[in-house]
Design a protein around this ligand. Structure first.
Ligand code: FRU
Length: 490
């Protein structure tokens, strides 16, 4: 039996029931998941692959898991697409991307090789490889690797050369990959090709100038509005004030693309998310032109899932990106709205002290709270709550901060439980949209100008939403349960 067949069989035989998982966030059928890979449209369907180790709940030899959707919300699990079974990828099929071509669905990923040097030390080589398929089955190309580590300029790292993102511009294909220069500075290297198989090195598209972490993982590059956006996920990134707290931190460089020199002239560098669990985002262009982004909703440094849970790792909800007046907004995929049920809304509701509000509870929700008046020093929104557990956001208007706290979420690990973010657009009013899906919260602040994404593994019977205010706050509330099959299942 091939390694891929073994992984597929294992997945079929050990698939975990839906009742134990989030409702509309992608998770592995069984085992471990990290980065989104190959997020693309092929024959009109949305494909999402991911770093996958089906055989245990921890990172291991990397396969590519695979699922497909027609609307970014409801996903069908498919057999794994790649296993590390060739000499050039025996140490892992690492992250990469996909593109639709006349010859089929092309995956370009990093093949990792490990070998022993004469002195006994280990040498790692990362190179870019290709596989092509029909949307379910994929075959690795004979010519792999299609971008060899030898094609890099002298001094560039051949050990850290990974996560190719491929796109087409006119007659040319481009490939951007994460890399490091001789000073161990993160950079994105750019290659070009006419046929996806023969590539030539072109430029350093951007580099971190000693500022943004070290190795830059998982680049993605695309036009948005009038500008260009380069997403990267630096490792070993130092926090700066309330920015960049994740260690492994997804950031966006926004600016102008100098096509003469194949170089991004960045005008701003921003955190893509302020929560504890958001990394390695990847985007696609939907058929209607929307730029959609999905990220791994977990942290490399904090593995908090309860022992005994046989799946580990979730994706964020796919988000629409929009660049308006130099501000990058993120919105939950609008397709989610088709799955809203059980609407409850309140206008100008006064909240003082601690209270629950009829109809506002549950763990699978699309909940918007608009604070638009009152007099108070803090406003608290607790969720996944009962007498024993809760997780909350606390809004402090004087400081214009939102604090998150999952200390009482049923945590079984000694990890970061509190984090705060500064609201960029300070003002009288604050709009909070929470997407809750059992074990995660994605907060979209002020129409997605900032987001805060975190996980918590609170037992599912903690269903309450509790409001708290030390003065009086006036709020509008709009709540929907989300259900993929008509009944809400909490
Ligand atoms: C990012 C990353 C990638 C690599 C993959 C391995 O989270 O480290 O750089 O390709 O994960 O699973």
């Amino acid at each position: 039996m091939t390694d891929l067949a073994r992984a597929a069989n294992y997945q079929e035989e050990n698939r975990i029931g839906r009742s134990e998982k989030p409702v509309f966030h992608v998770t592995p059928p069984v085992g471990w998941l990290n980065d989104p890979n190959g997020f693309s449209i092929f024959q009109g369907k949305i494909h999402l692959f991911y770093q996958y180790h089906p055989f245990s709940d921890a990172w291991g030899p990397m396969h590519w898991g695979h699922c497909v959707s027609e609307d970014f919300v409801k996903w069908e699990e498919l057999p794994p697409a790649l296993a590390p079974d060739a000499d050039y990828d025996a140490a892992g099929c690492f992250s990469g991307s996909a593109i639709e071509t006349e010859d089929g669905h092309v995956l370009i990923y990093t093949g990792v090789m490990e070998r022993e040097r004469e002195d006994g030390t280990k040498e790692v080589v990362q190179q870019q490889c290709l596989a092509v398929g029909d949307g379910v089955r994929y075959e690795k190309a004979n010519g792999n690797p299609i971008v060899s580590a030898r094609q890099l300029p002298d001094g560039f790292s051949t050990e850290d050369f990974r996560d190719p993102k491929v796109w087409r511009e006119g007659e040319m294909y481009y490939l951007a990959a994460g890399n490091m220069d001789e000073m161990q500075n993160g950079q994105v290297v750019l290659f070009a090709s006419e046929d996806l198989r023969k590539w030539r090195y072109i430029s350093v598209l951007a580099d971190n100038q000693g500022k943004y972490g070290r190795m830059w993982e998982c680049p993605d590059f695309f036009p948005l509005g009038q500008e260009h956006v380069l997403i990267v996920s630096p490792q070993d990134m130092q926090a700066d004030g309330r920015e960049f707290h994740n260690g492994n931190q997804a950031i966006a460089l926004i600016g102008e693309y100098d096509r003469q020199n194949f170089r991004l002239r960045e005008e701003q560098v921003i955190s893509l998310d302020y929560g504890t669990d958001f990394y390695a985002p990847q985007t696609l262009e939907a058929e209607d032109g929307r730029r959609m982004m999905v990220a791994w909703m977990q942290s490399w440094d904090m593995d908090i899932k309860p022992a005994g849970q046989k799946w580990n790792g979730m994706m964020t909800i796919p988000r629409e990106l929009e660049l308006r007046d130099h501000v990058l907004y993120q919105h939950p995929a609008r397709e989610l709205e088709a799955y809203r049920t059980e609407p409850v809304s309140y206008a100008d509701r006064k909240i003082s002290g601690e209270c629950q509000i009829p109809g506002i509870r549950g763990r699978v929700l699309d909940l918007t709270i608009e604070l638009h008046g009152g007099d108070y020093r803090e406003f608290i929104l607790s969720f996944a709550a009962n007498e024993k557990y809760h997780t909350c956001f606390r809004y402090v208007p004087a400081a214009q901060t939102i604090e998150f706290d999952r200390t009482f979420s049923g945590m079984v690990r000694d990890v970061v439980c509190q984090r705060s973010m500064k609201i960029k657009k300070a003002g009288e009013n604050l709009k909070l949209r929470l997407i809750l899906d059992r074990f995660s919260v994605e907060l979209f602040v002020n129409d997605g100008e900032q987001t805060f994404t975190s996980t918590f593994y609170t037992p599912l019977d903690a269903q309450d939403i509790v409001f708290g205010c030390d003065g009086t706050a006036t709020v509008n509330i709009e709540k929907y349960a989300i259900s993929l099959d008509g009944n809400s299942i909490g």
